[in-house]
Design a protein around this ligand. Sequence first.
Ligand code: FES
Length: 578
Amino acid sequence: MSVRRNPSELRSARWFAPDDFRSFGHRSRMNQMGYAVEEFVGKPIIGIINTWSDFAQCHAHFKQRVEDIKRGVLQGGGFPVELPALSLSESTVKPTTMLYRNFLAMETEELIRSQPIDGVVLMGGCDKTTPGLILGATSAGVPAIYVPAGPMLRGNWHGQTLGSGSDAFKYWDERRAGNLSAKDWAEMEMGIARSYGVCMTMGTASTMTALADVVGLSLPGTSSIPAADSNHARMCAAAGRRVVDMVWEDLTPARILTQGAFRNAIAVAMAMGCSTNAVIHLIAMARRAGQPIGLGDFDAASRKVPVIANVRPSGDKYLMEDFYYAGGLIGLMSRLKDFLDLSQINVSGRTWGECLQGAEIYSDDVIRPLDKAIYQEGALAVLKGNLAPDGCVIKPSACEPRLLRHAGAAIVFDDYVALKAAINREDLDVTPNHVLVLRNAGPQGGPGMPEWGMLPIPTKLLKRGVRDMIRISDARMSGTSYGACILHVSPESYVGGPLALIRTGDTVAVDVPARSISLEVCDTELANRRVALQPPAPRYERGYGWMFSRHIMQAHQGCDFDFLETAFGRAAPEPDIH
Ligand code: FES
């Protein structure tokens, strides 16, 4: 890097360098904690934003890892400061962590802006923490490096491998069908999450940590390291050392998060058989960085890039631990060179072309050659039509092929409570050809767009051996989910999208190869139904939820708050110091 800043140009110098009354206060309060002036003045102050908490199961190792990062920062000649932030446990936070992704983004941005921070290390992993931290750091604009939590160990039950989420869903269906005992179910509960780290299927966490890596914000390839591997602790120290140099080099997110970086991320997402949530988060991240990325970019990439990561749920066998041993993200990217812009740089300051030199793959079954792909195309497909004018998403690689072209009568549920009440009823009038529809589960309606989109198969059909059917909603689904689930219908029903007009018995036609979804009801009838539509009750009257409801954007726009979307160069001003 040609840029080399000097200590007087550090952002923290505004707080600590002047010979005035206010800086006396800043320095004396650092002295109060036992630090001598020469330890922090004139050195890059590195904020370590730590999403640890006693509820952040996937981040349980962050208490130790933050010490590894601090060690690295000190070795690099910086001064580390740990800053706790919202932890957002995917399994614990209700009604959904998606309600709070933007809260974490705002917290991250303001933690940085309001304090003497020259660079940051972002510690995340569990689903929404990755985009939340990156959205905030993007807008704050200081050099930032993302440290991924890493996937947990493989699950185990009676010697059989268990995958996070995917196997919970699968075996819950077997339990409902009467094929699994309470004892077996209880034993699985003890074996499915065996260590700290994020879900080890290619769910949202492993997808988003990999994409943070591809856009250039992690030390290259480190997103694949399992949480419990000692390489993970060494990676943390290396990130601490590197971010100090990034401050001197002024290697900010604005220099890394280019249009090409996001296009690379979309290509890799397709090759990994990514979580559908990646669509929403990447669009939000790109728009924050001032890069116009939309649903069409995902659909175009899915038609070109084959799925080559044989990792569940798109793959049939392996988990993230296997992916790491097979060569990990660097191995996978080396197979995708023709789809990538290798001139893009990452936090190492090097181009991806340089970083992929010497990459090796140790298992062609886990990371497939392009001509032996899991699916030649179809990691994601974007459908449009009168039911979803602004689009919706399906994961063809994770559903039964017979359902890719399908027409059937809708059974419509107005909310999840109604769905839950009906789904186990033996007298529910449902066949495998029906189309299950859930509405009022979008960004405003959910609220927070919960992961309800893998609507449960009715119990009476499960008992007949049915394991997949068309399901449509304005919700999201877990990245560990699977099936013919059409998600993110936009605009959502709560704000009057056409999903609000559909009635039980209407025919819905889905044609994934043609990328279409249509409600086969005439325009006149739909117009009459719209006149009769009653506005739904407000979800919140006060507090954060009230603000969320007023400012959340729709799924195809990435669900950012409208007032947070700013391109680089239009960031909020630095705070006055008087
Ligand atoms: Fe944390 Fe799945 S629950 S990544």
